[in-house]
Write a protein that binds this ligand. Structure first.
Ligand SMILES: NC(=O)c1ccc[n+]([C@@H]2O[C@H](COP(=O)([O-])OP(=O)(O)OC[C@H]3O[C@@H](n4cnc5c(N)ncnc54)[C@H](OP(=O)(O)O)[C@@H]3O)[C@@H](O)[C@H]2O)c1
Length: 319
């Protein structure tokens, strides 16, 4: 049975589920009525066909403009840093699956090649840049790879970062410097180098990967959380500055995900339990939870979204 298509269900109160035979609660009549029957008709006990559990017709929401609700990145040329590992690797494959040409950036040659193979295996187009993003020439090398291989640049996704944990009282200022250099200075420098080319393209965006620790206090991550909080401020300023030039800027704020970055934390037997207990949706995140949010923000479906921090955290920041 094809679900009934309605434009919206605003103002419809969900009825209690009565026992036994019950009246259909479909709020519409005529062409919108449940299974073509008038509102209020009797549903036999156990009927589920065409209904949701509330006795309402199953619905799908259709955009009034008939715009296809599918993420199409076929016009995008996307740089993904940190593509040799964890989320960056997943993001590279996901945007490639949506049709983007991808420039994957990392330092570890063998792992970057694994990402390249994964991108090619989904039919993607891929160029690699093996570089330490802290080096002064790195931003130019990355931008040049996009221009040389694909003739332009529409999108930059900053996933590369380093992590450190431990109480602030035992930390060194040099450690903070390292965190800020990789997590803030390097993406800032790459963004600055990319801006002229992003301005010259249409549908451009810059997407950072933030952390719940950038917006909420957690123990033992003072330096890392400072770097991630800085990114969210950067996003707001850049969005205001670059919006008039057609560039959107956003931050996907990730909850805890098991990756090589967080792997050592899972060695603590209580870590997973404590981290999961903070998540209203009851489980830790996966890289496949984060990557689609990045793909959406990079797409023209998000063309009116900028300056935002978009939590993909199972509800941690809502608590
Ligand atoms: N995992 C989580 O729970 C979590 C939670 C919130 C936010 N995040 C954020 O999500 C993003 C991805 O993290 P992840 O968990 O996927 O970490 P990951 O698996 O450790 O990956 C980090 C990536 O950053 C790259 N990188 C680090 N320093 C670099 C440098 N100087 N130059 C070039 N590349 C460099 C690494 O490249 P090489 O391996 O090639 O050196 C690697 O590809 C990060 O921004 C992280 O802060 C993660």
């Amino acid at each position: 049975m094809t679900p009934t298509v309605v434009e919206h269900l605003e103002g419809v109160a969900l009825p209690q589920e009565p026992a036994g035979e019950r009246a259909c609660r479909a709020p519409y009549s005529g062409e919108y009525s449940h299974l073509g029957k008038p509102a209020g008709h009797r549903l036999p006990q156990g009927t589920t066909e065409g209904c949701n559990p509330h006795g309402l017709p199953r619905v799908e929401f259709r955009k009034r403009t008939n715009m296809p609700l599918e993420i199409d990145l076929s016009q995008k040329i996307v740089v993904v840093t940190g593509a040799s590992s964890g989320m960056g690797a997943e993001i590279a494959v996901t945007v490639a699956r949506a049709g983007a040409a991808v420039i994957i950036v990392g330092r570890d040659e063998s792992r970057l090649k694994l990402t390249r193979d994964a991108v090619l295996s989904v039919g993607g187009r891929c160029a690699e840049v093996l570089v330490d993003l802290n080096l002064p020439d790195a931003p130019t090398a990355v931008v040049r790879a996009a221009l040389d291989n694909f003739g332009g640049l529409t999108t930059v996704v900053h996933s590369a970062a380093v992590f450190a944990s431990g109480p602030a009282i035992k930390s060194s200022v040099d450690e903070l410097t390292r965190l800020l250099e990789v997590n803030v200075r390097a993406p800032y420098a790459l963004t600055v180098a990319a801006l002229p080319h992003l301005r010259a393209s249409t549908g451009a965006s810059v997407i950072f990967i933030g952390s719940v620790s950038g917006g909420k206090g957690f123990p033992d991550v003072a330096g890392y959380s400072s770097s991630k909080g800085a990114l969210e401020s950067l996003v707001r300023s850049l969005a205001v500055e670059e919006g008039p030039h057609g560039i959107r800027v956003a931050c996907v704020v990730s909850g805890t995900v098991r990756t090589p970055m967080t792997g050592p934390r899972f060695a603590d037997p209580g870590f997973e339990r404590r981290a999961t207990a903070r998540v209203p949706l009851g489980r830790l995140g996966e890289v496949s939870d984060i990557a689609p949010a990045v793909a959406f923000l990079a797409s023209d479906l998000a063309c009116y979204v900028t300056g935002v921090s978009f939590p993909v955290d199972g509800g941690v920041l809502a608590g």
